[in-house]
Design a binder for this molecule. Structure first.
Ligand code: 9MR
Length: 448
C-alpha cells in the first residue's frame, strides 16, 4: 500500500508518540501547553470546574473525564436548601460531604452552591414568612457554612435575587419580603461561620452590561462602601447563540469594585457559534486578573439541564467537542495571573522539583482580616509543605483552616493537614487564617 507523504509523517509521528507515551513523557502542542482544562487554568492561578452530583461518583466513564480535566467541582443540587435541610433544623450533608471528600482526595477545590435562593426551598420554608422565615434562613446559612467550614473555596451565599427585565431591582420572593437587608444579613452570617470562604453573589442574565447586572453592580458597590462582607460575583453565563459585546467590560467593572468574578454555570447552546462563544468567554475571563475561574454546568451533553441544547464540552460518549478544544486553547493562550497566585518574580524562578511557593490574598477590615494562602507545587509533586508567614506586630492569628499553625504572632508556621499535603506537580492547594490587626504583606516562604 502506498502511503501519501503526509500520511507517512502521521504514521511516523504516531509511532514516535506511542514510544514517548510508553516512556511516560507527556506530549503537548508546544513545550508549555497544558493538556487538560484544570492544568491549563492553573497556569495563571485559575480553576476550571464542573457541576456534578454525588450519584455520579460511581459512573466510571464520567469520573474518568471529571478527574482528568477539572480542578474544581460544585454541587449541581446536593448543597441546596431542600437537599441540606429537608426538615427544619434537621440537616443532611451526606451527598455534599461525598462530593467534598472526593474533591479533597484529588486536590480539587469546591464551590458551594447555594445557601439562599427563592427556588428549591424545602416545603417547610416555603410556608414561612416574616421573622420566622428570616430567622430560619439565617440559621440555615450559619449551620451549612459551619458544617463545611474550611472546605469551600467560594460560596454562592445568595442566588438569583434580582429581577429580570429593565427594573434593575430585586426579584419578589418570600425572602425579599422579609426585608431588603436579607442579602447582607446572609453575607454577614456566612462570614462569621466560615471566614475562609470567598462569599459570592450569583445570578443569570448578567452576561453583559444591562439593567440587571447594573442593579447587582450597585449592590456590590454599596456593600463594599459599608463593609458588608462580599468577595466575588458569579456570572452564571447560560448562553444562547450570541455573546453580548460588553461581556468582558462587565467582568472588568465588577473587578474594579474590588471583588473577584467567577463564571459559575457556563453552558452554550449548540449551533454554529458554540465553540467561538466558549472561546470568547474564556478569553474574557483570562483577560481580567480578578476573573479567577470558570465552571461549566455539567459534563456531558445528555446530562445537561438544557435538554436538547447540547450545551456542554463533551458529547454523550465523553468525547471532546470542538468547544472543548476552543476553551483549552484560550486557557493556554494565557493572561494575567490572579491575585494570590505566586508573584511574577517567584514564578520566574520556578522552585526546584519538590519545592513550592506561596502567595497571599487578604480580605481586610478595620482591625482584622482573613488571609488566603495558595501553596503552589514546582515541577515535582509535594508530599507535605510548611509555610512561614510574618504577622505584623500588634496583631495575632486567631484561627486557621486547612492548615495547623505553630505560634500566633511574629513568624508563624503553617503545616498541611492530613488531606492537603499532597499537591501534584504544578498544582496548588489553599489554606487560610483569620487575624487581628493588619494582614501580612511580605511574600510567605514555602518549604516542602
Ligand atoms: O441544573 C440544576 C437542575 O438539575 C435542577 O433541577 C434545577 C432546579 O431548579 O437547578 C439547576 O441548576 C440551576 C442552578 O442551581 C442555579 N442557576 C440556574 C441553574 C439551571 O436552572
Amino acid at each position: 500500500m502506498r502511503i501519501p507523504r503526509n500520511g507517512r509523517f502521521a504514521l511516523l509521528s504516531g509511532a514516535l508518540a506511542a514510544v514517548l507515551v510508553a516512556a511516560g513523557i507527556a506530549i503537548t502542542g508546544s513545550a508549555e501547553a497544558a493538556t487538560t482544562l484544570g492544568a491549563s487554568a492553573a497556569q495563571t492561578g485559575r480553576y476550571f470546574g464542573v457541576a456534578t452530583s454525588a450519584f455520579r461518583l460511581s459512573d466510571t466513564n464520567y469520573m474518568t473525564i471529571l478527574n482528568r480535566e477539572f480542578n474544581s467541582i460544585v454541587a449541581e443540587n446536593d448543597m441546596k436548601w431542600d437537599a441540606t435541610e429537608p426538615q427544619q433544623g434537621r440537616f443532611n450533608y451526606t451527598n455534599g460531604d461525598r462530593l467534598v471528600s472526593h474533591a479533597q482526595s484529588r486536590g480539587m477545590t469546591v464551590r458551594g452552591h447555594t445557601l439562599l435562593w427563592h427556588a428549591q426551598q424545602p416545603s417547610w420554608a416555603q410556608g414561612l414568612s416574616g421573622s420566622a422565615l428570616r430567622n430560619a434562613a439565617i440559621n440555615h446559612v450559619t449551620q451549612v457554612a459551619t458544617h463545611f467550614r474550611g472546605k469551600i473555596h467560594s460560596w454562592d451565599v445568595v442566588n438569583e435575587a434580582f429581577a429580570d427585565g429593565g427594573s434593575g431591582g430585586r426579584r419578589d420572593s418570600n425572602l425579599q419580603r422579609t426585608g431588603n437587608d436579607w442579602i447582607e444579613a446572609a453575607f454577614r452570617a456566612a462570614r462569621t461561620a466560615d471566614p475562609g470562604a470567598k462569599l459570592c453573589y450569583n445570578d443569570y442574565n448578567t452576561d453583559g452590561i444591562n439593567a440587571k447586572s447594573t442593579g447587582i453592580y450597585n449592590m456590590v458597590r454599596d456593600f463594599k462602601s459599608r463593609g458588608v462582607p462580599i468577595d466575588c460575583v458569579g456570572l452564571q453565563s447560560h448562553l444562547g447563540t450570541t455573546l453580548d459585546s460588553t461581556y468582558q467590560q462587565n467582568i472588568q467593572r465588577f473587578a474594579d469594585l474590588g471583588v473577584d468574578v467567577q463564571i459559575t454555570e457556563l453552558d452554550v447552546q449548540q449551533g454554529g457559534n458554540q465553540a467561538n462563544i466558549y472561546a470568547s468567554v474564556t478569553r474574557a475571563c483570562m483577560a481580567v486578573a480578578r476573573c479567577t475561574g470558570i465552571t461549566v454546568w455539567g459534563l456531558r451533553d445528555p446530562e445537561s439541564w438544557r435538554t436538547g441544547a447540547n450545551p456542554l464540552l463533551f458529547d454523550g460518549n465523553g468525547n471532546k467537542k470542538a468547544a472543548y478544544t476552543a476553551v483549552l486553547n484560550a486557557l493556554n493562550a494565557g493572561g494575567p495571573t490572579t491575585p494570590g497566585s505566586p508573584s511574577p518574580s517567584a514564578s520566574s524562578q520556578p522552585p526546584a522539583p519538590g519545592g513550592c511557593s506561596a502567595g497571599v490574598t487578604l480580605n481586610s477590615w478595620n482591625g482584622g482580616y482573613t488571609a488566603t494562602i495558595r501553596v503552589t507545587a514546582g515541577s515535582g509533586a509535594l508530599n507535605g509543605w510548611t509555610v512561614g508567614v510574618i504577622i505584623p506586630s500588634g496583631g495575632a492569628v486567631t484561627s486557621a483552616w486547612n492548615a495547623k499553625n505553630t505560634g500566633t504572632t511574629g513568624q508563624v508556621t503553617f503545616r498541611n493537614v492530613s488531606y492537603n499535603g499532597q499537591v501534584p506537580a504544578g498544582g496548588y492547594t489553599e489554606f487560610g487564617f483569620q487575624g487581628t490587626g493588619t494582614g501580612p504583606t511580605a511574600t510567605p516562604s514555602c518549604t516542602a
